[in-house]
Design a binder for this molecule. Structure first.
Ligand code: MRU
Length: 350
């Protein structure tokens, strides 16, 4: 099934509960947009494109829950629901993008309240279907960068679970594998929530792609000893100059890759490119509960001393100068990103 899906029979949103993986494949159903907001915040669903599609379906639920008697009232209720959904995770621009797109699809219609409700659901479905289709196109472009025999370091989870289906950077790896290229993936475990160990490793098992999990701090060793040939990751927001906001640890990984002349590829749909932001310093960085860092247990005991404090930024910014290319559904953008990202968004890459 899709990571984010609409159940036609019960008219509810279905999400794979990513907190339970890899040990349980659990599907949760939602018919209240407030619970959808909580699902995004608590990372039942995560990954930039996946939370965008989820938020759009959240608006479809809000439209159904609203007791509005006029289109104006319904639009007011939708705006309030969008505010709640938007505030759940600030860094991934796909979330705000999907909400804006859904709201603007119903902004200029002189139709009945019920027709507007149907229109919100229709737009959410379109966003989800397009995401699935664009991810495959992106994977085909990106697979051209992968060579037979490549060992690739991959950060976080960017596969089917991070999107509606197929995925971004992991989608590229999967496509190259399906094309018959022999690939080995070094899976960054991705502290503190271990999206690499829990989710990417699980997905790679399903696709029969060979991999080893590595601790995040081992990446430099593999890069400096010539044991890794490429670095691939996704993005939560890309500024107009090509700075990439992605899962915490991406910056250090890119630094170590560039120091060893290993190419660094970010893979993201154009909905992740935020041309309104001049550079990455303007991206809001989500700082999550320190408990996510402190609750690590070994032998059934918490490792940190009682009373210890922690900081937990969920994302960092990799400056454009460390990025070799950015793969989108409209083709591959190479530097200068300030020109070529706009071309990618407009579908005008050569
Ligand atoms: O905190 P998460 O798990 O939502 O972070 C996800 C990432 O950082 C991914 O790399 C990013 O969303 C792009 S992959 C589709």
């Amino acid at each position: 099934m899709r990571t984010v899906d609409w159940d036609e029979n019960s008219n509810a949103l279905k999400l794979i509960d990513q907190r339970a993986l890899p040990h349980e494949l659990c599907i949760l159903r939602y018919d209240d947009y407030r619970e959808v907001a909580e699902a995004i915040r608590s990372m039942v669903v995560r990954g930039a494109p996946a939370i965008g599609a989820t938020a759009a379906y959240g608006l479809a639920l809000a439209a159904r829950q609203s007791g509005a008697k006029s289109p104006e009232e319904l639009r007011r209720d939708l705006d309030a629901a969008a505010d709640l959904l938007r505030a759940t995770r600030p860094t991934a621009v796909n979330l705000a993008w999907a909400l804006e797109r859904t709201l603007s699809a119903v902004s200029n219609f002189d139709v009945s309240v019920d027709e507007l409700r149907a229109k919100v659901l229709e737009e959410a479905r379109k966003i989800a279907d397009e995401d699935a289709m664009l991810n495959r196109r992106m994977a085909q472009h990106g697979a051209a960068l992968i060579e037979d025999g490549d060992v690739i370091i991959h950060h976080c989870n960017t596969g089917s679970l991070a999107a509606v289906e197929w995925g971004t950077a992991l989608g590229v790896i999967r496509m190259a594998h399906e094309q018959g290229k022999r690939i080995h993936v070094l899976v960054d475990e991705t502290r503190p929530r271990l999206q690499g160990t829990r989710l990417t490793a699980w997905e790679l098992q399903q696709y029969h792609i060979p991999f080893d999990i590595i601790t995040d701090n081992a990446a430099g060793y593999f890069l400096s000893t010539g044991q890794a040939h490429k670095v691939l990751f996704g993005a939560d927001r890309i500024a107009a100059n090509g700075d990439v906001a992605n899962k915490i640890g991406t910056y250090m990984l890119a630094l170590a890759a560039v120091d060893n002349t290993v190419p660094v590829y970010a893979v993201a749909p154009t909905s992740t490119i935020d041309l309104r932001l001049e550079n990455g310093r303007l991206v809001p960085i989500e700082e999550r509960d320190p408990e996510e860092v402190l609750k690590l247990q070994i032998n059934g005991k918490e490792v940190a001393p009682p009373g210890a404090c922690a900081r937990n930024p969920a994302f960092d910014i990799t400056p454009y100068r460390l990025i070799t290319a950015i793969v989108t559904e409209n083709g591959i953008a190479f530097p200068p990103f300030s020109i070529n990202l706009r071309r990618a968004v407009e579908g005008k890459l050569g």
